[in-house]
Design a protein around this ligand. Structure first.
Ligand code: BGC
Length: 716
């Protein structure tokens, strides 16, 4: 449809029809045969109002979409097609590893491919828009939603977010009908909920906001993301659904976003519970004034926006136009059944291969003493633990995912190991003493014991905050009992957040973090455990030593009394009395079966200027026969800065394959812009002067050098 036709359509719309476009409901509103309950009953929507609504969220099948769209187009006066949105977070039916796992790949090529393939499946089910990527900056693994995030580094998160947006949206939504429009969320600050408790209060300084929270959203906007979802939380007392300065000034003017702004689920009605509005009419009026275009699943707009006597008709037209424009960009006026194909070519086979590859790239080998891994296929292996034969490996967002089709670890290992015994202790209960005796005997008779431990998907994701992030007592006990029976103990961890592994770490020879690995999890893990695949993932979030270290980031700020190797015994330094300051496993950590290390670093100059970037070369050495992949990381520290700054910040990373018993090199280019940070005037620019840089295979063990940022090249 041409722009002029869209405008003509808008001229025909009544006030009620315009407001209807701003409303989003669930499919059950359209399925009102039988007793009507829940919000659909409370809202008391007339048929007329229902067939003015603009969008639907959370359909399950192509048939459901087709039925709703068809009846809507028959009943509605102007026949403006409905927009269908859904949470396609890491796959639709075929489930990829959770986003935090994908972030362990440090690869935006991977997030792009995962998003492309997820869109392929979701569009066939009639979905037009996904509520993904989640670009929230996170530092607190008590918050269950860290599993949907890209981890604790803002630059890494921004890069991975770019990949997701590119993969979902492609280059032209109208012609590429197997792509989805993306909705980046949650704008903004949601990851900073106090105490890691979901839906809690947020208080953030503007500098933190600009430095760490905005970059991933900015990246999504630069990639052309079509929608932004506001978050549930307030920022400095102002709820995001009402936050006019952050929506209208920061998001729209500064970041240049001109797409659709949607609230989170029922967030407008929740303004009443926050006690910042007195009734739904005030909620509707203030949210609209602040810049919320779509009201997701509350009746504030549909039942109360028209009552607002100062409703600005021009602003209303702009909001409606943004929604109609999105429908038009998706080609819905020409084809309201976009993506739904009568005879679709099966894609599941190809998807499952991609899922397995993505899973393998996301596993992180946390520990591997005495080369316990890889397992030799002739070894006698005993597998047990609550996750050994569990298909609960898809993660909290796999609402359409087919759990029964997931490959669990026992199934994966059975395909590879002729001498495998799978033990009991599969349930989420503690073995009895008699069972323990049997398990210990089996463990003693084996060469290697694999313990599959972790969290259930219910314990992770939205509304799954935890005050303790250790494994449950019975799992810790299982580790100790099995370690007493067999020292070759391998722990495979399925979880959605960095856990506190301090209690089990000394007992396990090897620990492999597999997150929630998705539909092909068991196979991908089995191939990794036997060395057909060499682990290469790196932690996108630090694993703390104790929950009391949270919130935590490797980007610790300088303090006036830093803890050093020399002053460990002093009292008046910045430290805990009971645990160290460092995490158990730092950001960027991840081992390989190959023996990889940074052998040397060289730099092109001692000085960096605006016209002359610095190049830094790193040589990585492999002291083993097996080729390995790794991610080489470059960090920087500003020696003297206007504001207190982190002692280490990731600036760049490179992925490298190092053949057996050789070295390989990679080159980083560091520009003046890379050294910029948000100053007290909220602008990003670098400080002239001295810097240190660090190159490592994680954020802690690094080789270091220095350079100076000068205004001009010497001789100019
Ligand atoms: C979540 C969003 C999600 C939305 C729609 C909310 O509860 O916070 O992330 O996209 O529901 O399902």
């Amino acid at each position: 449809m041409k722009k002029s036709e869209l405008k003509e359509l808008m001229n025909e719309m009544t006030l009620a029809e315009k407001i209807g476009q701003l409303v989003q409901v669930t499919p059950d509103f359209f399925n009102q045969s039988g007793e009507i309950t829940g919000p659909a009953a409370e809202w008391q929507l007339s048929e007329n109002k229902l067939f003015q609504i603009g969008s639907v969220l959370g359909t399950h099948t192509a048939e459901q979409v087709a039925t709703i769209q068809k009846s809507y187009l028959e009943e509605s006066r102007l026949k403006i097609p409905l927009l269908f949105m859904a949470d396609v977070i890491h796959g639709y039916e075929t489930i990829f590893p959770i986003p935090l796992a994908l972030a362990s790949s440090f690869s935006s090529e991977l997030t792009e491919e995962v998003a492309r393939l997820s869109a392929l499946e979701a569009t066939r089910a009639g979905v037009h828009v996904t509520f993904s990527p989640m670009a929230d900056h996170v530092m607190d693994s008590r918050w269950g939603r860290v599993l949907e995030s890209n981890g604790e580094d803002p630059i890494l998160s921004a890069e991975l977010t770019r990949g997701y947006v590119r993969g979902y949206q492609g280059t032209d939504l109208e012609t590429e009908t197997e792509r989805l429009a993306a909705c980046v969320k949650h704008f903004i600050g949601y990851g900073a909920v106090q105490g890691g408790r979901d839906y809690n209060h947020v208080d953030l300084s503007p500098i933190e906001l600009y430095q760490n929270y905005l970059p991933a959203f900015q990246a999504a906007i630069e990639e052309g993301v079509k929608l932004v979802m506001t978050s549930f939380n307030p920022i400095n007392g102002q709820l995001m659904s009402l936050n006019r300065p952050l929506i209208k000034e920061t998001l729209r003017q500064e970041l240049g976003f001109n797409g659709v702004v949607i609230s989170d689920w029922n967030a407008l009605e929740e303004l009443l519970a926050h006690r910042v509005v007195g009734d739904k009419q005030q909620a509707a009026a203030e949210a609209f004034e602040a810049g919320t275009d779509i009201d997701m699943m509350s009746d504030c707009y549909i039942n109360h926006l028209a009552e607002y006597s100062d409703l600005d008709s021009h602003a209303l037209d702009e909001a409606v136009y943004r929604i109609l424009k999105l429908k038009n960009e998706l080609g819905l006026f020409e084809n309201p059944f976009r993506g739904i194909q009568e005879e679709a070519k099966p894609i599941e086979g190809a998807l499952r291969i991609a899922v397995k590859e993505a899973a393998m790239k996301s596993f992180v080998l946390l520990k591997n003493d005495s080369d316990t891994l890889p397992i030799r296929t002739q070894q006698q292996v005993f597998l047990l633990g609550p996750k050994a034969s569990s298909k609960d490996i898809l993660g909290a967002w796999s609402w359409i995912g087919k759990t029964e089709q997931a490959i669990d670890l026992a199934e994966g290992l059975t395909e590879q190991l002729p001498h495998l015994t799978v033990g009991a202790a599969e349930s989420w209960a503690e073995p009895s003493e008699a069972e323990y005796v049997k398990l210990s005997e089996e463990a003693k008779a084996s060469d290697v014991v694999i313990l599959a431990l972790g969290e259930s998907s219910e314990e992770t994701g939205e509304a799954a905050s935890k005050a303790e992030i250790c494994l449950p007592e019975y799992q810790i006990k299982l580790v100790k009992r099995m370690a007493a029976a067999n020292k070759n103990l391998v722990v495979v961890l399925f979880n959605g957040r960095p856990l506190d592994l301090t209690a089990i770490e000394p007992y396990a020879k090897s620990i492999v973090e597999v997150w929630f690995p998705g539909s092909e999890g068991g196979r991908a893990i089995a191939e990794t455990l036997i060395g057909q695949h060499n682990p290469e993932g790196k932690l996108p979030m630090s694993f703390p030593r104790a929950v009391g270290q949270l919130p935590f980031s490797y980007q610790a700020y300088s303090t006036g009394r830093p803890l050093t190797e020399q002053n460990q015994q002093e009292k008046y330094v910045s430290k805990y009395m009971d645990v160290g300051n460092e995490p158990l496993y730092p950001f960027g950590h991840g081992l390989s079966y190959s023996k990889l290390s940074i052998e040397a670093i060289t730099q092109s100059a001692e000085v960096l200027t605006e016209d002359e970037p610095l190049t830094i070369q790193a040589t990585v050495r492999n002291d083993s026969a097996q080729a390995g992949n790794t991610t080489v990381q470059l960090y920087v520290e500003d020696q003297v800065s206007e504001l207190v700054r982190p002692v280490k910040e990731l600036k760049s990373w490179q992925q490298l394959t190092v053949a057996g018993n050789t070295t390989a090199q990679c080159t980083f280019t560091l520009t003046a812009a890379d050294l910029g940070y948000v100053h007290s005037n909220l602008t990003r620019y670098p400080d002239l002067g001295k810097f240190r840089f660090f190159v490592g295979l994680d954020s802690q063990n690094t080789l270091t050098g220095q350079f100076e940022l000068c205004e001009k090249s010497e001789g100019l």
